[in-house]
Design a protein around this ligand. Structure first.
Ligand code: 5GP
Length: 240
């Protein structure tokens, strides 16, 4: 597969065309950023860790009948994905209160949500990803119909159930995570990445962070915790 022209470079990934129509090459770079790009670093092998955990999770979702853009892992820190028409939403599923919900509302950190809370933000860095509601999505921005929005939320909850069970099996509590969706023809599928950059993970035994919060809040060696998640999620593959 030939890596073609650069289509788009985000904060931590670059997308390239390939010689296969409808398929893109996603390179997970070693860049890490937080606070709208206000904090930035380069961490050697971080792209590899996130690409491999993401690939594992996408494969797991596909096994459970949840459609994603994932085709295959390619090389060390890249994957081949189907080219989607992305929907500019960040769909966040929260099982436990942490992060922005505890800053914006009187909800103590650690509060369990049953059913999970779904929050949807508008993906727009310049506007700092403002939170949306159903009417803004459907009527004002016309991003989805009501039925399509219901489908996105149902898919997000199915992803949550699969991920929660998988991570619990390796001693990790899934606190919350962010998904992005796109159109694959007339089908809505899960796109982007699902990694330690986009999930909030706590070690079930100790409650310590195993995700980008370690970087955001200077809580320790972020590469060491990313390696720890990879070692648990990809048994035998952590040294790759
Ligand atoms: P919060 O709203 O608490 O900042 O984030 C909730 C969850 O969504 C966290 O797991 C966080 O990592 C993820 N998340 C929210 N916004 C973004 C974003 O712009 N990029 C990424 N990678 N993850 C995000």
């Amino acid at each position: 597969m030939k890596q073609g022209e650069l289509v788009y470079a985000g904060k931590a990934k670059s997308l390239y065309r390939t010689d296969v129509p409808g398929q893109l090459y996603v390179h997970f770079r070693d860049d890490i950023t937080a606070f709208d790009g206000g904090k930035k670093d380069v961490l050697s092998r971080k792209g590899n860790l996130n690409a491999r955990v993401s690939a594992k999770i996408f494969s797991l979702l596909e096994e459970h009948g949840i459609p994603t853009h994932f085709v295959r892992m390619e090389g060390d820190a890249a994957m081949i994905v189907r080219d989607l028409r992305m929907i500019p939403l960040e769909v966040i599923v929260r099982n436990i209160a942490a992060g922005s919900i505890t800053r914006n509302y009187p909800v103590p950190e650690g509060t369990a949500f049953d059913p999970p809370v779904i929050v949807i933000d508008y993906k727009d860095d310049a506007r700092h990803d403002p939170m949306l509601n159903d009417d803004i999505i459907v009527t004002a921005l016309r991003l989805l119909s009501r039925d399509q929005l219901a489908e996105v939320k149902a898919l997000a909850l199915r992803v949550n159930a699969v991920l929660q069970r998988f991570l619990a099996g390796v001693g990790i509590t899934l606190v919350d995570f962010k998904l992005e969706f796109g159109w694959d023809g007339d089908r809505i599928v899960v796109g982007d990445e699902i990694s330690m950059d986009s999930m909030r993970l706590w070690d079930t035994a100790t409650g310590t962070s195993l995700d980008k919060d370690v970087y955001r809040f200077g809580k320790g060696d972020v590469l060491a915790v990313y390696r720890e998640v990879a070692a648990r999620a990809l048994p035998g593959g952590e040294q790759k």
